[in-house]
Ligand binder design. Sequence first.
Ligand code: HEM
Length: 401
Amino acid sequence: MAEADAATSAAPVSGLDPFSDEYILDSYPQHAQLRDAGPVVLLEKYQVYATGRYAQVRAVLEDAATYCSGAGVGIDNYHKVPPWRPPSMVLETDPPEHTRNRAVISRTLSPAALRALRAGFEEEAAMMVDSLLARDSFDAVKDMGEAFPLKVFANAIGIPKEGRHHLVAYGNMVFNGMGPHNKLYDQAMANPDEVSGWVWEACQRRNLTPDGLGIRIFDAVDSGILTDEEGARLVRSFLSAGTDTTAAAIVNALYCFATNPGQWQALRERPDLARAAFEEILRFESPFQTFFRTTTRDAELAGVRIPAGEKVMLSLGAANRDPRQWSDPDRFDITRTTTGHVGFGGGIHGCVGQMMARLELEVILRAMAARVSTIEITGEPRRMLHNTLRGMEYLPVRLRA
Ligand code: HEM
């Protein structure tokens, strides 16, 4: 299936620039153009292939042998451009290393481990919502999106309390660093040593709390599966992948409900829909908009030829609104069936932290559904300009009890 054959054709060329301010600020019409330009296109500006159609995004995700991650999941090909940091041992590796490393992380995030976190997360969510209700208005980005994971997620991993704001900056580096070397890349990389230095220190065994999930990674060091340095790098995977993504998801959740008050009332009436609502938020406003794969051999995707060694951009944001897959995709509906959305990716690299993210969002949505009657945007929101993530830079909100 993946082998090139005589029936294939060259990809149509597209002038779209998914990393431009225009595209980021007004993504959905541009996603439609990307999908309509063809199942696979060549982005002229960057000379990389791209797909925004659901069927092709899914096909690539499911075929890690042809579309690998080891050359980086950003636009840079690590076989040609050296990575700015030692690559992730999960996100940016291929089997068999990927399989071994992912198993270590998965074990740490076991259902039992997550169940043990639930009561504490619920308590924090309730306190956060109560304190936000007491304020006239607040910035959902700082006071909720960032505040919640920086507290509960970072506590769960067991990293030091002092300096946690560096996690947001680090996620910013990791995810903006997946884009081209544009102004967003440069801004994110403004202070690399201090931020990376703090994160690396936080990942060391000596700095992890004895009851957190991070230290459990070092069980694999003790049993000889990983070296000490690899253990710290796997802890780093938690921190880089789990903060900014969740923060964006929380903010997108507030935005979706504030702009769709009928859906908020529906959730208040049926708080048991909290999990389903989160899946719809991921589909409708996917925090992770794009990432890349690299072809390991000459490939064929929907009849389009992609030579070996080429970067292929997957637009998760476009695939999650592809009308070829979803009925009425631009409608936010927490009762729809979202099975198969690619907000967490898919295939062997599908988000390994998804149950943690679900837990965080579920407890927040439930705490809000029990207490908040309306969510109102009180000023002009500012969309975040970001190479990879979709979220807000500023979202002023008022909650009413
Ligand atoms: C709403 C929040 C989140 C979203 C939208 C999200 C999204 C994603 C996506 C799309 C991928 C696939 C990347 C690829 O295929 O190249 C991924 C992978 C990953 N995520 Fe998440 N994520 C979230 C939260 C988390 C959390 C909380 C953690 C940690 C507990 C985490 C850890 C990871 C790791 C380690 C990977 C790499 C998995 C692999 O390559 O096998 N993520 N995530």
